[in-house]
Structures are given as C-alpha cells and as structure tokens.
Ligand binder design. Structure first.
Ligand code: SAH
Length: 343
C-alpha cells in the first residue's frame, strides 16, 4: 500500500502509467483529495469503478490523531499530534495580518544538538515521511476551520537532514490544483547543512530559505551549534552566495537573542560585517527560555541596541514580536514537556 499523501504529481503520473491508466488521472486525484478533501475513492465519481477499486487496493489515506491543543492568548494554537507508530509531533498555527501561517515539524526529534534548543533534548528517532508533513497542514485546516496561506518548515527537526521528503512535501502543498500554497509563501529553515544549500539552489520552486545563524563568529557559533564545526561560517557563506547567484532571492537570517551570550554591540557589529555584500534580511528573535538549559532571554534594552546597531549599519532587520511563548510554542517545548511529564 502506498500513502496517497506521499505522492507528488509526478509520482501519481508514474503510478497511473504503471497500471495502464491515463496520466491526467493524477490531476483529477489531486483535485479530489486536496480541493474537495475527499478521503474515499468511491466518491470520485469521474473515475471508472474498476479504476477506483484498484486505487482502493493500492493507496491508503492515513491520518494524524490529535493528542492535545494549546491556545495562546494571542491566538496561536499549538497542536500535539500522534503518528501511526505513536511518536508525537508538534504543529503550530499562527494568525498573522497576511493570513494563517503553519509551522511544520520535519523529524521526530533532532540530531543537530544546538545548545539552546529544546528539540535537541530528544535525539532524532526518525525522519517524517512526506505524508506526515502534508497531514499536518490538512489536519490544522480541518481542526481550526481555516485555509493555510503560509508554511514555514521550522518545527522540530532539521529539514535538510530529511531533504527529499521535505522537498516533495513542498511540491505537494504548492500544487495549483491542490492546496495551492504559493511558492513565495513557503519557507525552509536550516541550521546550515551546506551541501543541501547547494542542492536547494536549483530546486525548481521559488521557496524562501532561512538560515539559523545565531552567532557572527566561528568560536561562538561552534559553541552553540555543533553543525558549525562541520560547516564553518566561510563555507556557509560561500554556499549562501552561490544560492543567491542561482535564485536571486533574498535570504532570511534568523538570530535568536540570548542574554549576554550573543546580544552585545560587539556581536551586532560583527554580524553587520559578516552580512556585508549578501542580500539578506535579519530576523531577530528574543530567545524563548527552556528549563533544561542555562540560557536567558536578552533584556529589552539589549534587543533594542542590537537592532539599532544593525539598522545603523544599513542591514535590513526586524525584531520579531513573539507569539505563543505562554504556551511553550518554542520549538520542541510542548513535545518535550509532554514526554517528560509522563504519558
Ligand atoms: N533545524 C532548523 C529548523 C527548526 S528550528 C533550523 O535550525 O533552522 C527553528 C528556529 O527556532 C531555529 O532558528 C532555531 O534555532 C530556533 N530556536 C530553537 N530553540 C529556540 C528557543 N528556545 N527560542 C527561540 N528560538 C529557538
């Protein structure tokens, strides 16, 4: 049995060819399952009965089960879902001025081991399959009764450590006959897996790339993010320049502000220097505190000073307003709490 939400248009076409059916059936199916939200082949009335029976034998509609849901006072909703194998994942729905944005999980746990991150507290158990990411969107739309307009792959996991499943997911949710989430409304965030940045530079969809930078020099970055020992800043920036040369798309640089660790004027000036010449946009994010580690959120005046310093140096920068911190919406926190508090 194949998971139907795993299949891109190309996969569906190949499947239909393999059963001696016309390739255009792929587009019919996409429309049925993502537009009409039909989960039963019997209802697909423009497809012959014998083909529907065959589909029923070969393809399966899986589901996610909702374990719990937390609603923040700013409207952010965090969903905890259980997968078929009982693993737990988080998905966050944020309401923005421009629409509804969903933060998707890409792996069960994460192996990147960033010192400040709650996700890394639980080692990676496995990659998510494409259908498990697609279902996060479908379930959130169904449960909250909304249409998702933006997706960020910034939940638990390192998306570029699950590259094929994540890029197939992007193709599926972008499909014009399906969920039709615009390519420029899709963002993938990575801690900096350099070889995959080169690969992503030639990925056919115009998806946004965000880099979790968090430090402007190798010493500090390696102490916070082990991946920097493998791919130090000069290699990362070589890849980013290549990415820009291929795509012409501005790169988002994420920088969490941790009190007295990376939030002084010294780091702001270093960061401005590092970003010189790169078409980048810096998103400053006040750190969400995690019980299990010693880091604290940057003080308001540090945040302001850091922002002003970058601004004065001509860097495009925003200081992100926080959402959902009262419901542990920071990466991995809900799942982590849930696993620790016993199931
Ligand atoms: N692995 C990917 C995507 C998941 S993390 C990446 O590293 O980009 C999504 C973002 O949240 C990253 O920028 C990550 O560094 C940041 N993050 C992790 N823990 C955080 C915390 N406690 N507070 C604020 N941001 C956090």
């Amino acid at each position: 049995m194949l998971e139907i939400y795993n299949l891109t248009e190309e996969d569906l076409i190949n499947y239909f060819i393999s059963i001696n059916e016309k390739p255009f059936r792929a587009r019919q199916i996409i429309s049925w399952i993502y537009r009409q939200k039909v989960k039963d082949f019997a209802l697909m009335t423009d497809i012959k009965k014998e083909v529907r029976d065959k589909l029923n034998n070969d393809l399966r509609f899986s589901d996610l089960s909702l374990v719990t849901k937390n609603v923040s006072n700013d409207g952010t909703i965090k969903f905890l879902f259980k997968l078929n194998d009982d693993n737990l994942i988080e998905t966050v729905l944020m309401s923005q001025e421009y629409g509804y944005s969903v933060c998707v999980t890409s792996q069960v746990g994460c192996n990147m081991g960033c010192a400040f991150c709650a996700s890394g507290l639980k080692k990676k158990k496995r990659d998510l399959e494409t259908f498990e990411m697609v279902l996060q969107i479908l379930k959130v739309e169904e449960l909250a009764n909304i249409k998702v307009s933006h997706v960020v792959v910034m939940g638990i996991g390192e998306p570029f450590d699950n590259y094929l499943n994540v890029t197939n997911f992007l193709k599926i949710i972008n499909h014009p006959l399906g969920l039709e989430i615009g390519q420029r409304h899709l963002t993938v965030s990575t801690c900096g897996l350099v070889p995959k940045i080169y690969e992503f530079a030639v990925f056919p969809l115009q998806v946004n790339l965000a880099i979790s930078l968090h430090a402007p020099n190798d010493e500090l970055r390696s102490s916070l993010m082990p991946i920097n020992k493998k791919y130090p800043l000069n290699e990362l920036f070589k890849a980013l320049n290549y990415y820009y040369s291929k795509t012409n798309r501005r790169i988002t640089i994420e920088y969490i502000l941790i009190n007295d660790v990376n939030d002084t004027i010294k780091e702001a000036l270093e960061l401005a220097n590092l970003l010189k010449g790169l078409n980048a946009y810096v998103n400053l994010i006040p750190y969400n505190e995690v019980l299990e580690n010693p880091f604290n959120r940057s003080k308001k005046e540090h945040q302001r000073l850091f922002y002003d310093t970058l601004k004065k140096k001509g860097i495009n920068v925003t200081l992100r307003k926080e959402q959902g911190s009262d419901i542990s919406a920071a990466c991995g926190q809900l799942r982590s709490k849930f696993l620790d508090n016993g199931r």
